[in-house]
Design a protein around this ligand. Structure first.
Ligand code: PLP
Length: 432
């Protein structure tokens, strides 16, 4: 089948995520037949560098031979089993590894990022309830994003996704954030945040944040000092800290987990996306024994966490996750990432000379180029997206922000192509 035939068939039956479907009257849908490494390939053999890791999930490349092999092996043994009252080898192995990596004590599985966020929010609320306190509010950060289900959307603060559903949402208070990545800005924001803690802490069960980078929030970045300061406030005011590392976990920011740079430990840690190397839907919430103990008692006291998903701890997804962690153990992935990040940073300095670029910023393997404030209706980012596609690079700007978040296996040559394509795409807009 050729691209066009496939597109027509798709549009007849599919409704795609985060898309105004009418856009496809002028913007072609890209049908992908296969993928290898950083390349996606359509039905006519055209290749695209996946510079956004297929929505930030892929880390060791598409169709990675090692992960493929491990998933195939698992397929021969056990495809799925209920995870209530039953368990399986892969889940035990993965949980032990995740606890060792994070120094947390217990793992609760789900199957996508938003569900992990829902779980952490519910657990934090329920923890205090089990202790005899009803705390109905949540703290989160301005400009944050935690997913699209009602609870996750409630603690998020990206108006574009949230505004329509405002009447349906639960109560949360969005705290001030630093303007940039400097420690000075972090300290300034922390002073303001303290006032909210003083006022509301008795009603708040938890603060949820994306440490270091607010990805869907236009890749806004802050210093580790801010994360450390928030941990200290949570301790001082007895509020639990949820870290959403769904996008920034697994080496993305230059350490295995972003919060390692702040040298803190969360009360809850949400993981997904890179957890399976971008292969399959899986997520989890790690927490502490202190939290776990508040739920542990006789059944008739009705304090158990009665939350579940049918595909909890799916063995196929877990085999991809164990294979992903193997790959981290087999070579110095994070060290290599740091070198690549530096190379990207050195090579994007030239963007600063473009008249329509406002700022460049980077945290590990996340690099953002913010264009000037083009009005929303101009859809300037879309022009860069189209330019990228034409030239074989999948860039998916967030408004006026173009970013790179490629699979870690990207080569230096592929990095050059990714950067140069974005540069030319932005340059085309310079005088428009
Ligand atoms: C920080 C963060 N949290 C939560 C989510 C939601 O994950 P999912 O799309 O798997 O529901 C995302 C997705 O982009 C995310 O970036």
């Amino acid at each position: 089948m050729k691209n066009n035939e496939f597109i027509q068939k798709d549009l007849k039956f599919n409704w795609h995520p985060c898309t105004q479907m009418k856009d496809h009257e002028f913007l072609p849908l890209i049908p992908i037949k296969k993928a290898k490494g950083v390349y996606l390939e359509d039905f006519e053999g055209k290749k695209y560098i996946d510079a956004i890791s297929s929505w930030w999930v892929n880390i060791f490349g598409h169709s990675n031979e090692y992960i493929n092999e491990k998933v195939k092996q698992q397929l021969e043994i056990l495809e799925h089993v209920i995870f209530a009252g039953f368990t399986h080898e892969g889940a035990v192995k993965l949980s032990e590894r995740l606890c060792k990596l994070t120094k947390l004590d217990k793992v609760f599985y789900a199957d996508n990022g938003s569900s992990a966020v829902e779980i952490a929010l519910k657990m934090a609320f329920h923890y205090y309830l089990n202790k005899g306190e009803k705390r109905e509010l949540f703290f989160s950060l301005k400009n944050s994003y935690h997913g699209e289900t009602i609870g996750a959307l409630s603690v998020g603060d990206v108006e574009l996704y949230k505004k329509t559903y405002a009447p349906l949402l639960i109560k949360s208070i969005h705290l001030p954030i630093p303007e940039n990545q400097t420690d000075e800005e972090a300290k300034k924001a922390l002073k303001e945040v303290r006032l909210y803690f003083e006022k509301y802490h008795k009603q708040v069960s938890s603060l949820i944040i994306e440490p270091l980078v607010q990805c869907a929030g236009n890749m806004k970045m802050h210093s580790p000092l801010f994360v450390k300061g928030l941990r200290e406030l949570c301790d001082e005011f007895d509020v639990k800290l949820i870290l959403d590392e769904i996008a920034v976990g697994f080496g993305r920011t230059g350490t295995m987990f972003a919060h390692f740079q702040a040298e803190i430990k969360p009360d809850f840690l949400c993981l997904s996306k890179g957890l399976t190397g971008g292969y399959m839907p899986l997520s989890c919430v790690l927490t502490t024994d202190e939290i776990y103990r508040e739920f542990y008692c006789d059944y008739t006291k009705l304090k158990a966490f009665l939350h579940s998903h049918s595909y909890t701890a799916n063995p196929l997804a877990i085999s991809a996750a164990n294979a992903t962690i193997d790959l981290f153990e087999q070579s110095d992935v994070i060290g290599e990432n740091r070198k690549k990040a530096k190379y990207i940073w050195d090579n994007i300095q030239k963007f600063k000379s473009l008249k329509n670029v406002k700022e460049i910023r980077q945290t590990g393997m996340i690099t953002a180029i913010e264009m000037i404030d083009y009005p929303f209706e101009k859809r300037a980012g879309l022009e860069v997206y189209k330019y990228g596609l034409k030239n074989g690079v999948l860039l998916r700007p967030l408004g006026n922000v173009i970013y790179f978040m490629p699979p870690y296996v990207i080569t230096y040559k592929e990095i050059d192509k990714m950067i140069n394509t974005a540069y030319e795409g932005i340059k085309c807009l310079e005088d428009k």
